[in-house]
Design a protein around this ligand. Structure first.
Ligand SMILES: N[C@@H](CCC(=O)N[C@@H](CS)C(=O)NCC(=O)O)C(=O)O
Length: 208
């Protein structure tokens, strides 16, 4: 089934999806929408927004729904109801952190960045660290030995926090090690090297 992922030429909400597809060696068209093309494309999108994954004739939108779909299709959704719920819960926790990050990036970068780094992020990351240690003390993946879609979202979230502040993960050693391990996965490493050369913005307003 041909896959086409449409999003802007930034990392944003599409990057965990791209990472999952690259890691699982799923061929896809990485369609990057130029800003001047957007007014024409927007009205055609179900919610007027992207990311959008076209899978054959099926149009999938909402980043969480796309990730869960890919999780089910590629065996990245846990082995039982307990694991699947844990993965969903972890994903939602990361999304909550991302929403706080995005509020600062888009709404209060100049005045709010330092407080976010010193006050907001450490507490949020500490909660995730504790949850991450639930399975196998956080020595492998979110749900233990087996990868899940939440790993890609977590990796990207940690990565953008390290861009914001290189010491962001110093208080959360399990998350820090996870980030290091995940970056070394062969397909991820190859993608990160290529991406570094292109250096797409992390966020739509160029702040990071
Ligand atoms: N809940 C949606 C949010 C999608 C969203 O906010 N997309 C933004 C880019 S990150 C967008 O399409 N902005 C352009 C617009 O709204 O016109 C999801 O998770 O996919």
């Amino acid at each position: 089934m041909a896959l086409k992922l449409s999003y802007f030429d930034i990392r944003g909400l599409a990057e965990p999806i791209r990472l999952l597809l690259v890691d699982k060696q799923v061929a896809f068209e990485d369609h990057r929408i130029a800003r001047d093309q957007w007014p024409e494309i927007k009205p055609k999108m179900i919610f007027g927004q992207v990311p959008c994954l076209l899978s054959g004739d099926e149009e999938l939108v909402q980043s969480g729904a796309i990730l869960r779909h890919l999780g089910r299709v590629h065996g990245l959704n846990g082995s039982n109801e307990t694991e699947t719920t844990f993965i969903d819960m972890f994903y939602e926790g990361v999304r909550d952190l991302h929403n706080k990050y995005a509020q600062m990036i888009y709404g209060n970068y100049e005045n709010g960045k330092e407080a976010y780094i010193k006050e907001t992020a450490p507490g949020e990351l500490a909660r995730l660290e504790k949850l991450f240690r639930t399975y196998k003390n956080g020595e492998h993946y979110v749900a233990g030995d087996k990868e899940s879609y939440a790993d890609y979202v977590l990796f990207e979230e940690l990565d953008i926090h390290l861009i914001l502040s290189p010491t962001a993960l110093d208080g959360t050693p399990a998350l820090k090690k996870f980030h290091e391990r995940f970056a070394e996965r062969a397909n991820i490493k190859g993608y990160l090297n290529k991406r570094a050369a292109l250096n797409p913005p992390v966020n739509g307003n160029g702040k990071q």
